[in-house]
Every structure is written in C-alpha cells, then in structure tokens.
Design a protein around this ligand. Structure first.
Ligand code: SIN
Length: 317
C-alpha cells in the first residue's frame, strides 16, 4: 500500500513532503544527512535573473520559538544555476525540482519564468510574491491584490509547468488574494511565507538585523499558518502546499487536516536535519494505524464538513 503517493499540481510525487525554499540550499547540501530522493519534491532557494549578494549586516536572529531572517534573496543567479547546478541536480535527483523564482519588477518575474521554463530539471515553478526582505518585488507584489493577480497572469502566459504561487501572510485578507491568483491560472498555492518582525540589540539600542526587519519562521508561526491554510482551502479549488513551523509528524498532520495536500519543512531542518524523513515515516505509521489508504483522506478534515467539499474540488479534477 502506498499511503503517501500523490499528485500535487500535476506533479506525480512519491510522497507529499517537500522542502521550503531557502532552507534546503540548492537540493544537495543535506546529502550527508539523508538522501534527498526520500522527499516528494525539492524546492530550491529563490532564484533571480542576476546574481545577488543579499542584505547587508546581520541577517539571522534567533527568537524564543523560531528565527528571523533577512537574507535578501542571495543567490548565484539563473545563468550560474543553469550552467553549474542544473546538471548536478539532473544527475543526483530523481524527484521533481521546483524552482522558487523572484524579480524586482514584473519584467524580471517574466524573464526568470521564461528561463525556468527552458531548464529541463525544473519540473515546477514556485512564484515568490512574498519575500519580506527586499525593497522591490517580493511582498510588494504579494500584499497588493492587483499586483499579485497581474504577476500571476503574466507568468502563467510564459510557463506550462505547474505554477505554485507563494503567498504572504502579511496581509489582512489572504483568502481574497488566493482567489485572485487562482483565477489567473495558478495550479496551486504555497503558504505561508514568513511574518514580518524585528529584533533589537539592547546594547547598541538599535535594530539587530542589518535590514531592520526580517521574516519570522519556525514553531512561533504555526498557528497563523494553520489558520491561513484553513481559510484559503475554504476559499479556493486548487491544492495547497502548507508550511510554517512544521518539524514533527503531528505538525504535518495538523496542516493536512487544515487543508494542505502537501507540506514543506523549512526552519525545522536547522534544528533537525532528519525532520522530513522522520515525518515521512510518521505519516506512513499514522495511515496504517488509522486504516487510511492514503494521507489524502484527511486533507481538510478539520473543516466543518470533514473536508468533503474541498477534497472533491481538488481531487476530482
Ligand atoms: C530571503 O532570501 O530574504 C528569504 C526569501 C523569502 O522570504 O521569500
């Protein structure tokens, strides 16, 4: 019995466990801990058209139940990725690679999407309209309903690959933005990206992070992420990749029951590099113990109708 096999946004996956972009490098860095082919798919660090150095100064801060980051989309750029990284991934990964793409302006989003479309090893695109750490692009798109719709529409025109739009939690109506993005052709949504926060260095009496603000992730954001997955799954008819503080099987189960049909481990890797493989085993055990034939049976089970309506909307397409 394959309890975890699934199709997410058109991608056939051995299991619904992925990595959260930015927390798993470019797919091979954790090889000393476990075989990344154990995952359902690998979501790699955000790419931009140009190489970027990221933000100045301190970029990571620990918080009582998570961390703040203000990396600022440091990455080697799509040319380097295509020439140096893609061939390695082609050789080493049997599971789908999903590229997280970013731009400062609409034209850059289109450019990077066109480039990702042409790279074979990239099997899906996560359109990141939610990075809180850059002045141009990122959250500026994700927090504005018209811009979120527009960038999705334009990127959809240039890619046939599964398009997953990554939403920002730093909005008042995430379900409204989700509906607009769905209407423009997104195949799936990932949520949530980090919550905007800050930390103060009390000795210097100044913000700790060089960029002043950063994105909060880890266990602290899980209740917010769950609430948003629940709200969005009640509002759309496309599958959700749930993330935000997942580090155990129990966390993952909560996300499935809220409405996610796949999950990503992010900050959890930094504390426990084996978190994703342990979750995979835990989900298999859960299915066996609860006599489920597939984990999909509990997607959205926390909804008032036990998730029947949402599961019908996403699985009967
Ligand atoms: C970063 O590189 O600043 C993080 C990316 C993101 O939050 O989307």
């Amino acid at each position: 019995m394959n309890f975890l096999k699934t199709n997410f946004a058109g991608l056939n996956l051995e299991n619904p466990i992925m990595t959260a972009s930015g927390c798993f490098g470019f797919g091979l860095e954790y090889k000393d801990y476990f075989d990344p082919n154990e995952l359902g798919a690998v979501l790699i660090k955000g790419l931009t058209p140009e190489q970027r150095d990221g933000n100045y100064g301190i970029r990571i801060a620990e918080t009582p139940a998570g961390m703040l980051n203000s990396v600022g989309l440091e990455n080697p750029g799509i040319d380097y990725f295509e020439k140096e990284t893609a061939p390695l991934l082609e050789k080493e990964l049997k599971v789908p690679v999903i590229a997280n793409i970013n731009g400062k302006i609409l034209e850059e989003y289109i450019e990077i999407a066109e480039r990702a479309e042409a790279i074979d090893v990239i099997k899906g695109i996560e359109l990141n309209i939610s990075c809180p750490n850059v002045k141009d692009g990122g959250m500026a798109f994700g927090a504005n309903p018209d811009m979120a719709a527009k960038v999705t529409r334009e990127v959809r025109k240039v890619t046939k690959k599964p398009l997953i739009v990554k939403l920002s939690p730093n909005v008042t109506d995430i379900a409204g933005i989700a509906r607009l993005v769905e209407a423009e052709g997104a195949d799936a949504l990932s949520l949530i990206n980090t919550l905007l926060g800050m930390s103060i260095d009390i000795n210097k009496k100044k913000p700790l992070l060089g960029n002043i603000f950063g994105g909060l992730s880890g266990p602290a954001v899980k209740p917010v992420a769950l609430r948003m997955v629940y709200q969005v799954s009640n509002a759309v008819s496309i599958p959700l990749l749930g993330m935000g503080g997942i580090s155990t099987t129990e966390d993952a189960l909560e996300f499935f029951m809220a409405g996610a049909s796949a999950i990503s481990v992010g900050t959890g890797f930094f504390q426990n590099p084996l978190a994703a493989v342990q979750i995979k085993k835990g989900l298999i055990d859960y299915c066996a113990e609860n006599k489920l034939s597939n984990i999909n049976e509990i997607v959205a089970y926390a909804h008032t109708d036990d998730g029947a309506a949402y599961r019908k909307r996403i699985f009967s397409k």
